[in-house]
Design a protein around this ligand. Structure first.
Ligand code: ZN
Length: 188
C-alpha cells in the first residue's frame, strides 16, 4: 500500500468529469487500498479518484458519527439522490466543510440534509446507503468531485470570494500542484 500525492485545486484532473469504472481487476483494488491509506494519512473523511490523479468515478469515505458508529466504504460508479436543501441562514460553525484538494481551508456551504447513495463495490455488486447529516454532506462533496466540481465552486457570497483569495494566497490554482500526507502537514 502507498500514500498517494493529493492534487491541489488548479490541476485539470480536478476540474473535469471523471470516467465510469469498467475494469474491476487487481489494479482497481490496489488503487482503492491506496486511496483509503491516503485518506487516513491526510487525515480526511473522503477522497475521490480525481484527487489522486485518477479520473475515475469512485470515492472512498470513512467517518465516525456521534454514536461512535464508523461509516466507511468505497463507492464505485455512484448515483446520488438528495433531498431539497433548506433555505435557512447558513450556520458557519455547523456547516463549514473542507477539501483535501484545498488543504487547510474551511468554508460554510449549504448541503442537503439527506442523501441516498447507490453504487457498486469492488466486486461490482450494487449497494445502497441512506445517509443524513454529515455523512450526507460527505457523499455530496465526494460525488461532486466526480463531475469536476469542488466545494469552493459552490460557495455563496461572501465565502466564494474568500476562498478565491485563500487559493491565490497559497499560490494554488495552477496545474501540477500536489501535497503528500505524512510529509506535508497541510490538514493535521
Ligand atoms: Zn474534496
Amino acid at each position: 500500500m502507498a500514500v498517494l500525492p493529493i492534487r491541489i485545486t488548479g490541476d485539470p484532473v480536478l476540474h473535469s468529469p471523471a470516467a465510469v469504472v469498467t475494469e474491476f481487476g487487481p489494479e482497481l483494488r490496489t488503487l482503492v487500498e491506496n486511496m483509503f491509506e491516503t485518506m487516513d494519512a491526510a487525515p480526511g473523511v473522503g477522497l475521490a479518484g480525481p484527487q489522486v490523479g485518477e479520473p475515475l468515478r469512485l470515492f472512498v469515505y470513512g467517518w465516525t458519527d456521534d454514536d461512535d458508529v464508523l461509516h466507511r466504504g468505497v463507492a464505485i460508479n455512484p448515483v446520488l439522490w438528495i433531498s431539497p436543501a433548506s433555505v435557512d441562514e447558513l450556520d458557519e460553525d455547523e456547516e463549514s466543510e473542507g477539501c483535501l484538494s484545498v488543504p487547510g481551508e474551511r468554508f460554510p456551504l449549504r448541503r442537503s440534509q439527506r442523501a441516498i447513495l447507490e453504487a457498486v463495490d469492488l466486486e461490482g455488486k450494487p449497494f445502497e446507503v441512506r445517509a443524513d447529516g454529515w455523512l450526507a454532506r460527505i457523499f455530496q462533496h465526494e460525488f461532486d468531485h466526480l463531475d469536476g466540481v469542488l466545494y469552493v465552486d459552490r460557495l455563496t457570497h461572501p465565502f466564494g470570494k474568500q476562498a478565491q483569495k485563500a487559493i491565490r494566497k497559497n499560490s494554488w490554482g495552477a496545474p501540477g500542484l500536489s501535497w503528500l500526507p505524512g510529509e506535508d502537514h497541510l490538514e493535521d
